[in-house]
Design a protein around this ligand. Structure first.
Ligand code: KG4
Ligand code: ZN
Length: 490
């Protein structure tokens, strides 16, 4: 028994020493014979397998490198070639990005066939193509607007007094579709237009015979909708032999700041935030604008509308007001969201990323709360999302705007007035925060009352008045409409 045990022990001990040389970890751990066997079985096998595998690999490598030197050279050349291609690709992508920087949507850089340039290439060669109102102290203009989902008409006097106005909202039509349906909008414009024009004239106590000119929005906007208003206005101008002005919708938004504040002198800075656009413009005169920054993807209004849809809020006529109302009940710091374009030191905007950011955050919260979707979140959760989105959306505006302000403060004719215009300018939180920002920098902010920030007929009438005062009108017999109608950057 004893000698058997001795033999077994020495075999085990021998194995221990041999294997221990291979892997002295076993000995360092102070293994006993019995548990060494068990451990050796588990540990030793893979270790030795690894050693074998490593050795085989090194032999292969040696073989490969000594007997196959030509293919090794080829591999090196291939690798070098691949690296070169990769570098060239990266350089091309960088160049594309460089070109894209500042190439905001709808900014004319020579790529558009038609641009808005009523003053010609020099910006001051205005032409009265269909005559001007009779020379008298004040003249009155009928304005018509049908670029999107509101049919608007107004009669405005040349001193800026709105004599009569009417607006047919289509919100009840688009509500059930979750956004504007162009075909339905066109039909609704056709049905409402004559009635709206008549109501505005009646309220002003005038008739088509007595108005001195007609202005109508001709772009940018939904083409089939623009056509409804423009066609009617061209017919009326020709039938009643009135001077006619084809209105640029964004210029009309900007001009509302001059209607609000008749002392507002050129040049001034404009922040235009609407359903289709998001731009910072240096405004030098009628038809004379330089765009300092624009959105690279979505507009701010679009982002408000999508957030409203995500949260199941009313979206007919734009979701912005509903998001703003709900945000008042929420905590703007509750949901962490990323400020867009932090690394880009220019004046452009981007809202597509924030839109996705909000959707993902809402989905995540829905998962945490154990509900199917963001639509089923509690009112408080939804309010927190609305408030956090609105806050970051405004922070992004503030950052870009401050950069633009710094730029124009240094110009020869320093600008120190901001016109906040467009549908989103109706947002109270935005108005008060930008007002604080302006005051802190010694700037003045001009913003139309909320109902004149969103689309309506008075904007077309007033923009026409501004053009007519400069001796500028268009020909109603060949007026086109333009879905895209950028300001000329000539
Ligand atoms: O200028 P507008 O009436 O139409 C376009 O020219 O696009 O702007 C409509 C946009 C919509 O996206 C709407 O949701 C947004 O303006 N909006 C608002 C508010 N009122 C309208 N966004 C945020 N807060 C508001 N109070
Ligand atoms: Zn608008």
């Amino acid at each position: 028994m004893n000698w058997k045990f001795l033999v077994m022990s020495s075999v085990f001990a021998g194995t221990t020493v041999t294997l221990g040389r291979l892997n002295n970890r076993f000995l360092r751990n102070g293994l006993t014979c019995q548990n060494f066997l068990a451990r050796a079985f588990v540990t030793h096998l893979p270790v030795s397998q690894n050693i074998v595998r490593r050795q085989r690999h090194s032999i292969n490598t040696r073989l490969f490198s000594t007997t196959n030197s030509t293919s090794s050279t080829r591999t090196d050349a291939d690798r070098l070639e691949k690296q070169k291609q990769k570098a060239a690709k990266a350089a091309a992508a960088k160049e594309r990005r460089r070109k894209f920087i500042g190439l905001a949507k709808a900014v004319d850089r020579g790529q558009f066939a038609t641009t808005y340039q009523p003053g010609g290439p020099t910006g001051d060669m205005f032409e009265a193509k269909s005559g001007l109102p009779p020379r008298k102290d004040d003249f009155i203009v009928l304005g018509i607007e049908s670029s999107c989902d509101d049919t608007g008409a107004a009669v405005v006097r040349s001193d800026g007094v709105i004599l009569g106005e009417a607006l047919a909202s289509q919100s009840h039509i688009h509500e059930e579709w979750g956004g504007v349906v162009p075909g339905l909008a066109k039909t609704a414009h056709e049905e409402a237009l004559d009635r709206v024009i008549q109501t505005a004239l009646d309220e002003a106590g005038t008739t088509l015979h007595d108005v001195d000119a007609i202005g109508v929005t001709v772009g940018p906007g939904l083409e089939i909708c623009l056509r409804v208003g423009a066609q009617r206005a061209c017919e009326l101008a020709q039938e009643y032999n009135k001077p006619f002005v084809g209105i640029h919708h964004l210029e009309a938004h900007i001009m509302m700041a001059r209607l609000e504040n008749r002392e507002l002198e050129w040049p001034f800075l404009s922040l235009l935030v609407s359903g289709g656009h998001c731009q910072i413009l240096s405004c030098h005169g009628v038809g004379n604008y330089s765009i300092l920054g624009g959105t690279l993807d979505d507009s701010l209004g679009e982002c408000f509308d999508k957030t409203a849809r995500l949260l199941g809020l009313p979206v007919g006529g734009g979701g912005g007001p509903a998001v703003e109302a709900l945000a008042k009940e929420g905590d703007p710091t509750a949901i962490p969201l990323t400020i867009p374009l932090l690394k880009r030191k220019d004046c452009d905007f981007s809202y597509a990323g924030l839109k996705t950011n909000v959707r993902r955050a809402a989905e995540q919260l829905a998962m945490e709360r154990g509900v199917e979707s963001a639509l089923e979140l509690s009112r408080q959760d939804k309010a927190n999302i609305a408030a956090s989105f609105q806050n970051i959306a405004i922070v992004h505006l503030e950052q870009r705007l401050e950069r633009a302000m710094t730029l124009v403060e240094k110009q020869d004719k320093a600008i120190r007035t901001l016109a906040l215009v467009g549908g989103v300018a109706a947002n109270q939180e935005l108005r008060s925060r930008l007002n604080v920002l302006c005051e802190a920098r010694g700037w003045t902010m001009v913003v139309p009352p909320p109902r004149l920030c969103t689309d309506q007929g008075a904007m077309a009438a007033w923009a026409a008045i501004e053009r007519l005062k400069l001796g500028s009108s268009d020909d109603p017999s060949n007026q086109e409409v333009y879905a895209r109608y950028p300001f000329s950057m000539a």
